[in-house]
Design a binder for this molecule. Structure first.
Ligand SMILES: [Zn+2]
Length: 585
C-alpha cells in the first residue's frame, strides 16, 4: 500500500508546483451555462515560445473546439509574460470539461462544469437586492412597520412571507468578504469574481477594461429570448449593483465607461440616481471626463427621459424605453424624503419613491410580449449602515419591502407567471441588542451607554404606529432600537438618531488618507468617543461575511432551498427562464 500512496503524493506535489505556472480563466470549478459567452484566457508566468505551448479542452485543441484561433500575446503589458486569449467563445454541450495548459515545461489542469437548463417556467424574473441587508435590518423593519406586543409581531414583511428560503454564501474569488461589485456580478453571471470586479475575471494587466469577460443574464435574456431588461435603484445607476447587471470591468469606479456600456447594452428601463456621469464635461454637476452627452444619446436612441417624480408619474402610455435619473449622485432615503426633509431633499424635493420606480418599470416592461428581467436595488441600506446610521438603513429596508409587496401583488394579479427573488448581496456586522431608554429632552449627567437596556429591561420600542406605507412618522422616540455595528472607525457614539442629515462618523485625519472621529458630534449630550477596531485608513463600518437570506416565490423558486453559493442564484434565474434549454449557439 505504501507505493501507490507515495506515487499519489508525488503527483499532487507536481500538480501543486505546476499550479503556479499558469492562470486560467474561467477559473477551476466554474459553472458555465451552455451557450453563454465568455473569454478564455491563459496567463503564463514567463515568456513562452508560441510553438511550445498546448491548450486542450477535454482532450481537443482549444482553437478547434471553440472554432477560432487564439490571440497570442508574446509580451503582455510590456513585461516578461505571455498570454493566450480567445474572446467571445461558448460551449454548446453540457458536461465536465477538463482544461489542460502546457508551456512545454510546466502544465496546469482544471475543470469547468457546463450546465443546461430545463424548459422555461417563468415569463418574468424580478431580482430584488437589499444592498447590505442583514438579519438586524429585517427584524428592525418588521418591528417598526408592523409593531409588536408580547413578543409577537402584528404582521409579516412581504419579503419574509414567501414560500421559499435559502442561505446564500457571498465570498468572492479573492476573499471571504465581498463588495457589491463581485457579489452582484455573481448573481448576474453565475461566476465568482474578485473584489471591485463585475462581469469579468480580474486579470493581471493594468487596463481595467480588458479583463476576460463573462456574459450577464441581461445579455442572455435579450439575445436568446428578446426579454425586456430593467435596472432600478436609488443609488447612482453606475454604482456596483445596478452596473453589474450589464457592465464588464474589474474596477467598479469606471463610471464613465459603465455609462457607455449601459448605452451599448440598451436596457429598456433605467431608473436611479447618478446623472453626473451622463452629463458632458463642463455641464453643471458633471463628473464625466469627456464631452459626450449621454442624456442626448439616450434621447436620440428613442428613450423617454425623466428627471423627477412628477415626470416619472406622467409618462405617455406608449413609453417603451425609459431613462429616469433623479439625482446627480445617490438619491435621498425614505426617512429624509418623507419626514425629516434633511440630506439633499432641499435641492431635490421631487425624487420618486422606490415603489414608484418599480411600478413604472413594471408598466413599461410588461409591454414586452416576451417577458422581462428586472433588477431592483434598495441601495441605501448599505450606504447608511456604512455610516452607522441605523434608523435610515431600517427605513430603506421598509421601502424595499413595500416594493416587494407591490411586485408580488402585480404578479398575483397576472396569475403568478413571475419568479420573484429577494436577497442581499452581502451582510453588515450589525446587530440588534436592545433599546435605548432616553427621552432626549434632558441633558443626561451620565453617558447614554448607561441607558442601553438589554434582556428584560429592553422591553419593546415605542415608535408611533406606522403610516400606510409602514413608516413610523418619528424616530426620535424615548425607547429606540439599539442597533450597533461590530466594525467601526473611531467615532462619537451619540445613541441618537441624526435628525439633521445622515450620520458622518469620521472626518479626514492629520495623516493623509487617514480618518478620525468627527468632532461634530463631540458635544452631543451623552455622546462617548468610541475607539474603532478598524484601520485608521477606513472611514466607515465595513461589510461582513455571513450568509444572506434569500426568499423567493413564483415559477422556478423550488430551487431556492438550503445553502447556495451566490453563483447558484444565477442558476435559479436562468433555469426559470429556460435560458439553457434546447439547441444553444
Ligand atoms: Zn457597501
Amino acid at each position: 500500500m505504501l507505493r501507490p500512496l507515495a506515487a499519489a503524493l508525488l503527483l499532487s506535489c507536481a500538480a501543486l508546483s505546476a499550479a503556479n505556472a499558469q492562470t486560467i480563466y474561467p477559473i477551476d470549478r466554474a459553472d458555465i451555462l451552455v451557450g453563454a459567452k465568455f473569454d478564455f484566457k491563459v496567463e503564463f508566468d514567463g515568456l513562452v515560445d508560441r510553438a511550445a505551448f498546448a491548450v486542450t479542452v477535454s482532450g481537443e485543441d482549444a482553437a478547434k473546439l471553440f472554432g477560432k484561433a487564439p490571440e497570442f500575446v508574446a509580451r503582455e503589458d510590456n513585461k516578461d509574460q505571455s498570454a493566450l486569449l480567445l474572446r467571445d467563445v461558448a460551449l454548446s454541450k453540457p458536461g465536465r470539461y477538463e482544461v489542460s495548459v502546457s508551456d512545454g515545461k510546466t502544465s496546469k489542469k482544471l475543470a469547468w462544469n457546463v450546465f443546461a437548463t430545463g424548459p422555461r417556467q417563468a415569463k418574468n424574473v424580478i431580482l430584488f437586492i437589499g444592498d447590505g441587508m442583514s438579519g438586524a435590518h429585517r427584524v428592525a423593519a418588521r418591528l417598526l412597520s408592523k409593531g409588536m406586543t408580547e413578543g409577537k409581531a402584528h404582521g409579516k414583511l412581504a419579503m419574509d412571507s414567501m414560500p421559499r428560503m435559502a442561505l446564500v454564501s457571498t465570498a468572492g474569488s479573492d476573499s471571504i468578504i465581498t463588495d457589491s461589485a463581485n457579489s452582484a456580478s455573481a448573481y448576474a453571471t453565475g461566476h465568482k469574481a474578485a473584489t471591485n470586479a463585475m462581469g469579468v475575471y480580474a486579470d493581471r494587466t493594468a487596463d481595467p477594461l480588458d479583463d476576460p469577460r463573462v456574459e450577464t443574464i441581461s445579455s442572455l435574456a435579450q439575445r436568446r429570448l428578446g426579454l425586456g431588461i430593467g435596472i432600478v435603484t436609488n443609488t447612482e445607476i453606475e454604482d456596483a449593483t445596478p452596473a453589474a447587471m450589464v457592465a464588464h470591468t474589474r474596477r467598479r469606479a469606471e463610471y464613465d465607461s459603465i455609462v457607455a456600456q449601459m448605452f451599448d447594452a440598451k436596457p429598456d428601463v433605467i431608473l436611479g440616481g447618478g446623472s453626473a456621469n451622463f452629463l458632458p464635461k463642463g455641464a453643471p454637476g458633471s463628473k464625466r471626463k469627456d464631452e459626450t452627452d449621454f442624456l442626448a444619446k439616450f434621447r436620440d436612441a428613442g428613450y423617454t427621459l425623466a428627471s423627477n417624480g412628477t415626470e416619472l408619474r406622467s409618462l405617455g402610455p406608449d413609453t417603451k424605453k425609459l431613462l429616469g435619473l433623479f439625482h446627480l449622485s445617490n438619491m435621498d432615503g425614505a426617512l429624509d424624503r418623507k419626514f425629516l426633509k434633511a440630506g439633499s431633499v432641499g435641492r431635490y424635493p421631487d425624487q420618486p419613491d422606490l415603489t414608484e420606480q418599480v411600478k413604472t418599470a413594471l408598466d413599461v416592461l410588461s409591454k414586452n410580449p416576451n417577458g422581462f428581467f428586472l433588477m431592483v436595488e434598495s441601495g441605501m441600506i448599505d450606504k447608511y449602515t456604512h455610516l452607522l446610521d441605523m434608523e435610515r438603513a431600517v427605513y430603506e429596508t421598509i421601502m424595499l419591502d413595500n416594493s416587494v409587496k407591490l411586485a408580488r401583488d402585480w404578479a398575483a394579479a397576472r396569475g403568478d407567471d413571475t419568479l420573484i427573488l429577494v436577497l442581499a448581496d452581502h451582510t453588515h456586522p450589525v446587530s440588534l441588542i436592545g433599546t435605548i431608554d432616553d427621552d432626549m429632552t434632558t441633558t443626561p449627567n451620565v453617558p447614554l451607554r448607561e441607558r442601553v437596556r438589554v434582556y428584560e429591561k429592553a422591553g419593546f420600542p415605542n415608535y408611533p404606529a406606522a403610516d400606510a406605507q409602514g413608516y413610523p412618522p418619528r424616530v426620535d422616540v424615548s425607547r429606540r432600537l439599539a442597533m450597533f455595528s461590530a466594525s467601526m472607525p473611531d467615532h462619537y457614539e451619540t445613541y441618537r438618531p441624526k435628525l439633521d442629515g445622515p450620520n458622518e462618523p469620521t472626518s479626514p485625519g492629520q495623516q493623509p488618507g487617514t480618518f478620525t472621529a468627527n468632532e461634530k458630534y463631540k458635544n452631543v449630550p451623552g455622546a462617548v468617543l468610541r475607539l474603532g477596531n478598524l484601520s485608521a485608513l477606513i472611514n466607515a463600518s465595513v461589510h461582513s461575511g455571513e450568509d444572506v437570506i434569500l426568499t423567493a416565490t413564483g415559477p422556478g423558486s423550488e430551487r431556492v432551498q438550503g445553502q447556495l453559493e451566490n453563483t447558484e442564484v444565477f442558476r435559479v434565474m436562468v433555469e426559470a427562464l429556460g435560458l439553457g434549454h434546447g439547441e444553444q449557439n
